[in-house]
Structure formats: structure tokens, C-alpha cells
Write a protein of this length. Structure first.
Length: 123
């Protein structure tokens, strides 16, 4: 069980880490525009982080009824044609990001505790 948790923790931490080189899929003109808009208005830093998180989660930004929502289209199980669209508000996206951070911190703490316990048993 501990080995399985360690494998999951390593996989989650590895997937959550940032690549050392910029993604080749993004146009080079897009990155400066995000940085310049974040520098122009101090309140936009949260929005810039939210847009970056949405991009990492493959969410599309859509304006629905005057409100900005972040949507993902998933294939319906058992079908290659039907899609199910799930949308999140900015608050929901922020809550998901915070929950993910808490979960990762908890996994890291548990892994560190197990590692220390294993090392102490070896001594």
C-alpha cells in the first residue's frame, strides 16, 4: 500500500512540475501579451494565473451570459461522437486549484513522513 502511494505521489508531483523549456505549441506573441497585461493592472495578476491554470487544464475560456466561464469538452463514455461540456466559473476554478495544492502538500507530507520512518528503521 505504501509503495502504491509513493508511486502515485511521484506521478502527481512529476505531472504538476513546470517544464524547463517553453511549450512549442504556444505562439511566441501570446506570452508577452499576458505578461504585459498583468503588469499593466495589478488586479489582473489573479486573472493571469487563472488563465494559465485554465490553459494547463485544457479549458477554453467562454463568455456565457456576460460571465467568463472555463469549459472542457469530454467524450461521453462508450461513444466516439457525443461530447459532454463541463463549465466552471472563476471561483470554482480557483477553488479547484487551491484543493489541488492542498492535496499535493498532503501527499508530499505523507511521503516525507514515510521516508523518514523507513530511514529510521534502517538505522
Amino acid at each position: 500500500m505504501r509503495a502504491w502511494m509513493l508511486v502515485v505521489a511521484v506521478a502527481v508531483v512529476g505531472c504538476a512540475s513546470q517544464p524547463s523549456t517553453p511549450s512549442s505549441k504556444l505562439p511566441t506573441a501570446q506570452a508577452p501579451s499576458v505578461a504585459s497585461s498583468a503588469a499593466a493592472q495589478p488586479g489582473d495578476s489573479a486573472e493571469a494565473r487563472r488563465l494559465a491554470a485554465a490553459h494547463k487544464l485544457n479549458l477554453k475560456v467562454i463568455d456565457k451570459d456576460g460571465q467568463q466561464v472555463f469549459c472542457r469538452s469530454n467524450l461521453v463514455t462508450g461513444s466516439h461522437l457525443h461530447r459532454d461540456e463541463t463549465c466552471y466559473t472563476a471561483d470554482q476554478l480557483d477553488h479547484m486549484q487551491e484543493q489541488m495544492r492542498r492535496d499535493l502538500d498532503q501527499i508530499k507530507a505523507e511521503t516525507e513522513t514515510e521516508r523518514r520512518s523507513a530511514v529510521s528503521h534502517l538505522n
